[in-house]
Design a protein around this ligand. Structure first.
Ligand SMILES: Nc1ncnc2c1ncn2[C@@H]1O[C@H](COP(=O)(O)OP(=O)(O)O)[C@@H](O)[C@H]1O
Ligand SMILES: [Mg+2]
Length: 303
């Protein structure tokens, strides 16, 4: 019989013997589909001082076992701490810290997807001139609209003020949107800011709460370069068109240096698909409509 594969979930902050409520459905689906499950203390990992005991309840293994984390996003540094702690007990996460960062930070993903994703510039925010340097780089967008986010996340629910800028040459508005984004991300700002050419995507509907346009997007997951599944990204909106042909994205996936990642693709108004972003498969959310059992069944087949 093949060796078991372990899936590591976060403990509930309310009861550390239980899985985090937000992942309960996935925890049970993972078990049902042939995985062994583990729990660790996420709060301890992310608190700056207590990280050494985040995995204290895990029993060391006598031999190395393959392990996949499914939980909340981690910074590359937190991921690296978790990776090393687990390895001392012989649990080996599916992605190294470098592989994690490859899909977690958009600037690191660009080398794999550059030809099929909107034109992008970025700048680390670590200096009083950082935003001005970024504005300088934005000149390549001319008067075109742009979308902004940090290296990982946007503030897409503040679409008008901190995500979408209709004219990149309007430097005052671009600067104020970037500043608003930095302010909203606060302590959670991931490294720096990216600015991307805004492309016209095929509309589904307008988000009922934030006013953000919801467009025809799909999340693909790949494990060991094999496509696990393709899932409708938004809960709202009618996905009436045929599902995309994924063959060219499966080809791109062969070059992505990660053993488990997500790839978000969107249909443009002209019918062509582009890649919006990659994500590490361990921290990429399952779209609401995704059948959990089906996902874990396919994951088990691919890994
Ligand atoms: N360059 C772009 N052109 C058109 N729409 C975009 C672009 N970038 C992002 N969007 C839209 O904004 C949404 C949020 O952007 P995304 O980069 O996925 O941020 P997040 O990491 O917060 O999910 C996307 O799902 C897509 O609908
Ligand atoms: Mg996204």
């Amino acid at each position: 019989m093949a060796n078991s594969i372990y899936i590591l979930f976060c403990e509930s902050p309310l009861d550390t013997n239980q899985v985090d409520e937000d992942f309960a459905d996935q925890y049970f689906s993972a078990k049902e589909n042939g995985f062994e499950t583990l729990l660790f203390n996420f709060e301890e990992l992310i608190s700056s001082d207590g990280c050494s005991s985040a995995t204290k309840k895990l029993k060391p293994k006598d031999y190395v076992v393959d392990t996949i984390y499914r939980g909340w996003m981690l910074t590359p540094n937190q991921y690296s701490i978790l990776y090393n702690q687990l390895l001392t007990k012989n649990y080996k996460l599916i992605n190294t810290s470098e592989e994690y960062q490859n899909c977690h930070y958009l600037p690191d993903s660009l080398k794999f997807i550059e030809n099929r994703t909107p034109k992008t510039v970025y700048e680390k925010i670590d200096h009083e001139n950082s935003i001005d340097r970024l504005l300088e780089k934005c000149k390549i967008f001319g008067q075109n609209p742009v979308a902004i986010k940090d290296y990982v996340k946007s503030e897409k629910h503040d679409w008008e003020t901190a995500c979408y800028v209709p004219n990149a040459s309007d430097t005052d508005i671009l600067k104020s949107s970037i500043s608003k984004l930095v302010e909203l991300r606060g302590n959670h700002l991931n490294e720096g800011i990216v600015v991307r050419e805004f492309v016209q995507l095929n509309d589904l509907t307008i988000h009922s709460k934030s006013g953000m346009p919801l467009t025809e997007e799909y999340r693909l997951f790949f494990c060991n370069k094999k496509l696990i599944g393709i899932y409708e990204y938004w809960e709202e909106g009618e996905y009436s068109l045929r599902k995309p042909d994924t063959s060219e994205f499966e080809e791109i996936a062969q070059r992505v240096e990660s053993n488990f990642f997500s790839m978000d693709i969107a249909r443009q108004k002209n019918g062509e698909f582009i890649i919006i972003e990659l994500g590490d498969g361990q921290v990429a959310g399952l779209p609401d409509k995704t059948n959990r059992n089906e996902f874990y069944r396919e994951l088990n087949i691919c890994c």
